[in-house]
Design a protein around this ligand. Structure first.
Ligand code: MN
Length: 281
């Protein structure tokens, strides 16, 4: 299933060219604070999946083209992201950082991005410092489906709710990653979550990113240093992962600067395409 959050924070399933509204199948949607309803929905998804499937043929629908898609997860307890997790990206960063060799995920662990940096498809990414290099990083991201602590890699994929495209926007420089990658709008995700049953092998997916019509990144998740299961194992030994938590798995080579006016498009095989626009602050 492809799960979306759309319009005034409704939850839907994509069926062909339509969005089916399944918001009412999970109790607790409230007009006072619907933004984080998806987290509640994800926590209950396994239990209600048969009801969703039975409901879909009669569900109210809206043409997908008329739906305003939002970031499919909002207000997760955390976003974790892998630092260098592709060898070819480690090599190219040696030039950006004047011959330094950046540590990979094996030495560095994972880092946090603030949930306030999340935006959805079609969003404007705001460049905070026009005079500093700001880069795109196209990535495969996963969404945790159930509480995970000290999970072994052999079982780790059972804890995944689904997958999304993500961009880990980054100001280059000497500050901590959380600061350089944590600005508002610096974590576009979407355009939807593809549930994990549709992607049994997340470690063999093509990943591409274009800036305008220029193909900048073109790789495959088979080149990950720590694959998806091993990242979950690593992260869950450090902190409890909760339903809705996002883990972005790192970016391959081809990272480069973005400028106001650019359109940035990230494709992940079996997931879809996420596009955003870059603007100045
Ligand atoms: Mn990254």
């Amino acid at each position: 299933m492809r799960i979306v959050m759309y319009n005034d924070y409704r939850v839907g399933v994509i069926q062909g060219e339509n969005v089916c509204d399944i918001t009412t199948l999970v109790p607790g949607w409230s007009p006072e604070w619907p933004q984080n309803f998806m987290v509640r929905f994800i926590a209950q998804f396994e239990a209600i999946r048969p009801r969703i499937e039975a409901y879909l043929p009669d569900a109210p629908t809206l043409p997908l083209a008329k739906a305003k898609l939002l970031a499919p997860v909002q207000y997760p307890t955390k976003i974790l992201a892998a630092p260098v997790n592709y060898r070819a990206h480690q090599q190219e960063m040696g030039q950006v950082y004047k011959g330094q060799t950046l540590n990979t995920i094996a030495e560095y662990g994972v880092f946090l991005k603030p949930p306030s940096s999340l935006v959805g498809p079609g969003a404007e990414v705001v460049i905070p410092f026009p005079d500093r290099r700001t880069d795109h990083e196209g990535e495969l991201a996963l969404v945790i489906g159930r509480t995970a602590k000290n999970v072994k890699r052999e079982e780790a994929l059972q804890y995944v709710f689904g997958y999304m495209c993500a961009m880990d926007m980054t100001v280059r420089g000497g500050e901590d990653r959380t600061w350089r990658k944590g600005f508002d709008t610096f974590t576009p995700i979407g355009p939807w979550i593809v549930t994990a049953d549709e992607i049994p092998d997340p470690d063999h997916l093509d990943l591409k990113l274009w800036v305008n019509e220029e193909l900048r990144q073109n790789s495959n998740t088979s080149y990950l240093i720590y694959d998806v299961a091993r990242i979950i194992e690593l992260a869950s030994t450090h902190q409890t992962l909760y339903p809705g938590d996002i883990i972005s798995t790192g970016t391959p080579e081809g990272v480069g600067p973005i400028r106001p006016g650019d359109r940035v498009r990230c494709y992940v095989e079996k997931v879809g395409e996420l596009e955003v626009r870059v603007v100045s602050s």
